[in-house]
Ligand binder design. Structure first.
Ligand code: MF3
Ligand code: CO
Ligand code: CO
Length: 258
C-alpha cells in the first residue's frame, strides 16, 4: 500500500484532531495524584473528549479495546486497560495515550507522567524516551529515508543502556487511525521509503529500562516487560513539511529542544 500525501484540507482537519488530543494530555495532568484509579482518569478523558470537544475516543471499541484511553503504569509497556483496581501510587510512572477522531480525522499522542514523589530511575527513563522522540523529530524532513528515524532512536536509547521494544511501531494517520507507513523505532531493512512533504505519521518509541522483550497478558491487551523492568513511551503525530516537520500534537508548554 502506498503512503498518502495529505491535501491542505486533510492537514487542517488532522490538525484539529491533533490539537484536541494534545489538550486532553494537558487537562489530565492535574488529576495525576496518588489514590486516583486509572478508571477515573479514563472517565475524565472520555468526558472531556466527548462533551467538551465533541470528538470520539479512537481507542474505544478499536479491535474490541474496552476503554477510551490507554494507561500503562511502570512495567506496562502499552495498551494498559483503565480499571478501578489500578490506583496510582507515589513514585509510579505512567503513560496516557490519547487518540481521538473528529469529522473522520484522527490525532494520536501520548506522554509520561510521574506520580507525586520523584522516582529517579523512572524519571531518567522518561527523559531518555522523550529525548529519543525529539531527536527523531529533529531529523525529519523531505528527502531523508524513513529508516533514519529508527536508527536515531535505537542508537540514542542503546547508548544510554536502555532497549527499544520492537513489537510495536509508529504509523501513518489521517482518515484512518493506522495506515501506511509503519515507523520502526529501531534500524531495520525497509523499502527505502523517502519522506515527502504532506506525509503524516506518528513516532512513538517504547523504551525499556531492562531487556526489550515483552509479553501480552491474558486480557489480550496489556503488554508488559518480560523482566519486570520499567517502560516509558512518548508519541507525537508529525507532518512532513517543505523544509522539516511540524509536531501536530505539540502541547502548550512543550518545547522540542535538544
Ligand atoms: N494509541 C495507540 C497508538 O499509538 C493505539 C491504541 S489501540 C488500543 O497507536 F486499542 F489499544 F487503544
Ligand atoms: Co499511535
Ligand atoms: Co497512541
Amino acid at each position: 500500500m502506498s503512503i498518502d500525501i495529505k491535501s491542505s484540507y486533510d492537514i487542517f482537519k488532522i490538525q484539529q484532531s491533533c490539537t484536541i488530543a494534545a489538550k486532553i494530555l494537558e487537562k489530565i495532568s492535574k488529576h495525576i495524584k496518588p489514590g486516583i484509579s486509572t478508571e477515573e482518569l479514563n472517565s475524565i478523558c472520555h468526558k472531556y473528549i466527548t462533551e467538551n470537544q465533541n470528538a470520539f475516543p479512537a481507542a474505544l471499541g478499536y479491535c474490541g479495546f474496552p476503554k477510551s484511553v490507554c494507561i500503562s503504569i511502570n512495567d506496562v509497556v502499552c495498551h494498559g486497560i483503565p480499571n478501578q483496581k489500578t490506583i496510582l501510587n507515589s513514585g509510579d510512572i505512567l503513560n496516557i495515550d490519547v487518540a481521538i477522531v473528529k469529522d473522520g480525522y484522527y490525532g494520536d499522542t501520548s506522554k509520561m507522567f510521574c506520580v507525586d514523589t520523584e522516582n529517579t530511575k523512572g524519571l531518567h527513563l522518561c527523559k531518555i524516551a522523550k529525548k529519543s522522540l525529539y531527536l527523531a523529530i529533529k531529523s525529519i524532513r523531505p528527502g531523508i529515508k524513513l529508516r533514519e528515524i529508527g536508527k536515531i532512536i535505537q542508537q540514542y536509547v542503546e547508548s544510554n543502556n536502555y532497549s527499544v521494544v520492537r513489537e510495536y511501531c509508529g504509523h501513518g494517520i489521517g482518515k484512518n487511525f493506522h495506515e501506511p507507513p509503519q515507523i520502526l523505532h529501531y534500524d531495520a531493512y525497509d523499502q527505502e521509503i523517502i519522506l515527502k512533504p504532506g506525509m503524516i505519521f506518528t513516532v512513538e518509541p517504547m523504551i525499556n529500562a531492562g531487556s526489550r522483550y515483552v509479553y501480552t497478558m491474558p486480557d489480550g491487551w496489556t503488554v508488559k516487560t518480560r523482566d519486570g523492568s520499567l517502560s516509558a513511551q512518548y508519541e507525537h503525530t508529525i507532518l512532513v513539511t517543505q523544509n522539516g516537520s511540524k509536531v501536530m500534537t505539540l502541547r502548550s508548554y512543550e518545547n522540542i529542544l535538544i
